[in-house]
Design a protein around this ligand. Structure first.
Ligand code: SAM
Length: 281
């Protein structure tokens, strides 16, 4: 073990700078002074960062360090720091390394005896959690679920026994499907959907998974965070095969599939479209 202070200038230092998640007034004076002071800014997307810097009249050389080139570019950046350059890393929004690139850069910097310091700022999941109305004493941040339904359901299955609040990032394109999968795997729990945080159209929808899954998709737009209550002892999971069997049974008894789906959706207090999808699968 070796101990070293970040600000005694004995070792080179890499700054990770958090940036606004939609409201430029949240750029902190400290973040600005660090970005003005460094020789080079490594960033996720040079166009995004150039816009941010130009708003604050800062002009600095930029280098792109993103998912597809993270390791090779991290090595170049670390070499520059070792030769004496002062470097900061920023992602497109919020904290680097939080569902964003940066973790490999941090790892390679630490392996090369470079200290790392974070300049605080906003992160979407913290804003969403603290105003969600759900338990914020203990929480688990999951970030994005897989885009593939089978993998997404498997991930949810793994999370289904957590008693802590669970936080997800999600895109508006997938929100409906994700909510339906959550309803099936986690059961109907309290949840808050927080969207467009810090922006003009910021909205918190505090309800439960089922009710939010039934909202008009066209109103669930923009960037969003899902904050879901942890497992309660009385959570009732939806057993898809049981639902399908029960609809099948009713159809065999002579009911139309429409009526059978209606009955079963009423019995389990589920959305008819969801029961229909389960029935078709
Ligand atoms: N690094 C960022 C952070 O610290 O929050 C997260 C970056 S991740 C690529 C982008 C996702 O974060 C979005 O898809 C959304 O789920 C969430 N997000 C970012 N900004 C947001 C905002 N203003 N309101 C709600 N969610 C936001």
């Amino acid at each position: 073990m070796e101990r070293s202070l970040n600000f005694d200038n004995k070792k080179p230092l890499l700054y990770l700078v958090a940036t606004p998640i939609g409201n430029l007034e949240e750029m902190s004076p400290r973040a600005l002074s660090v970005l003005k002071e460094v020789d080079l800014i490594a960033c996720e997307d040079t166009r995004m960062t150039a816009k941010l810097l130009s708003f604050f009249n800062i002009s600095k050389p930029l280098v792109s360090l993103r998912e597809h080139n993270e390791v090779s570019e991290a090595k170049n950046v670390v070499e520059k720091i070792l030769k004496g350059s002062k470097v900061a890393y920023v992602s497109d929004a919020g904290y680097p390394c939080i569902s964003d690139p940066g973790a490999k850069l941090v790892q390679i910097a630490l392996e090369n005896d470079i200290n790392v310091s974070t300049i605080s700022g906003p992160s979407a999941f913290i804003n969403a959690l603290v105003a969600s109305g759900l338990n914020s004493d203990h929480f688990y941040f999951h970030g994005f679920l897989s885009a593939k339904q089978s993998e997404r359901k498997a991930e949810l299955e793994e999370l289904s026994n957590l008693k802590t609040t669970i936080i997800f990032y999600e895109s508006p394109h997938r929100i409906k499907k994700t909510l339906e999968d959550m309803l099936c795997v986690l059961g109907n729990r309290k949840m808050t959907l927080a969207r467009e945080l810090t922006k003009k159209h910021e909205e918190y929808i505090r309800s439960d998974i089922k009710s939010i899954s039934e909202l008009d998709e066209n109103t669930l737009i923009g960037e969003m965070v899902l904050v879901v209550e942890g497992k309660k002892n009385d959570d009732v999971k939806i057993d898809e095969s049981q639902i399908k069997n029960e609809v099948d049974e009713l159809v065999k008894k002579g009911l139309s599939s429409k009526d059978a789906i209606k009955l079963i959706s009423e019995k389990y207090k589920l959305n008819k479209n969801l029961v229909y999808k389960i029935y078709l699968n």
